[in-house]
Design a binder for this molecule. Sequence first.
Ligand code: MRU
Length: 342
Amino acid sequence: MQTLQTTSLRVVENQLFILDQQALPQEKSWLDASSVETLVGHIHALRVRGAPLIGLSASLLLALLAERGNSRDELAVALETLRASRPTAVNLMNNLDRMKQALWQEDFVPALVAEALRLIEEDKQLCDAIAKAGSALVKPGSRLLTHCNTGGLATAGVGTALGVIAHAHQQGLVSNVWVDETRPLLQGGRLTAWELGELGVPYQLIVDSMAASLMAKGEVDAVWVGADRIAANGDVANKIGTYSLAVLAKFHGIPFYVAAPHTTLDPDCPNGEAIPIEQRAASEVTGVAGSFGAVQWAPEKARVYNPAFDVTPAALIAGWVLDTGVVTPEAVSNGFFRGSAV
Ligand code: MRU
């Protein structure tokens, strides 16, 4: 495969490398991800993360394994192992469905390579289209609040919600971005803060529980988040803490927008209750670890509840900003997502 470079993925001499998102921002280190076991390990540890990026990394690896001479049967097993690596983000399943079609073509090696590269290129275009559609909703002087990380680190392009914010900033529309630190793994504090800094977008980092008082003071004009899965009725699974922001935004009369590519839609999933939610290790809540070190503050035997995502009901969402344009609550209640093919 040709040499390839995105913000978080790199292919050099038929090896896949990922930018370690657990080490950022203190360290910028690239890790090998050239076997199914290593990539699945990176996905579990959230060294590779973000709904679009997970799907793209798995697709690239399958293409590289095909080039390395793996048989169709071996690749089919690898595909299913990768598909099971994170249950909530549907982009992974959607991307791998496309790779599966390529796998059943007679000349499957070039077909898999072409499909993986197409998915990367498409993702860049999807991000650009989302950024353009979303920034049309941003009013001049906006103070925007975002959660988790939805930028170039999580996609092959400029990102989803963060892509909208960056594009709106380029148009001079953003006066400040409130960045939720995003407990427990701090994707906001570690990654979004880093990306906004690199992009020169003015931001202030906050602890997740500060959003309410900021909204009460009139300091937030809109909330922008990404999505891991959008159900047919418009319910959205996204990083834990998203739902509370949506409830707060509704209470304070602040628009709450979800930005995602159409690869995040799951028309076969009737509603949020049917979205599988990943449960994660207690250690993520009892302490924190990263390139800055590790610390545990809770009692060793503390019982923990640690779902990685929550579901925001469609009724709290002011607009679903897709690459195809802005979908309104009226369109969603009229079944817009039910018929959408990925
Ligand atoms: O657990 P993570 O860090 O993969 O969660 C990521 C999110 O919740 C993002 O908002 C979502 O995947 C969209 S990324 C463009």
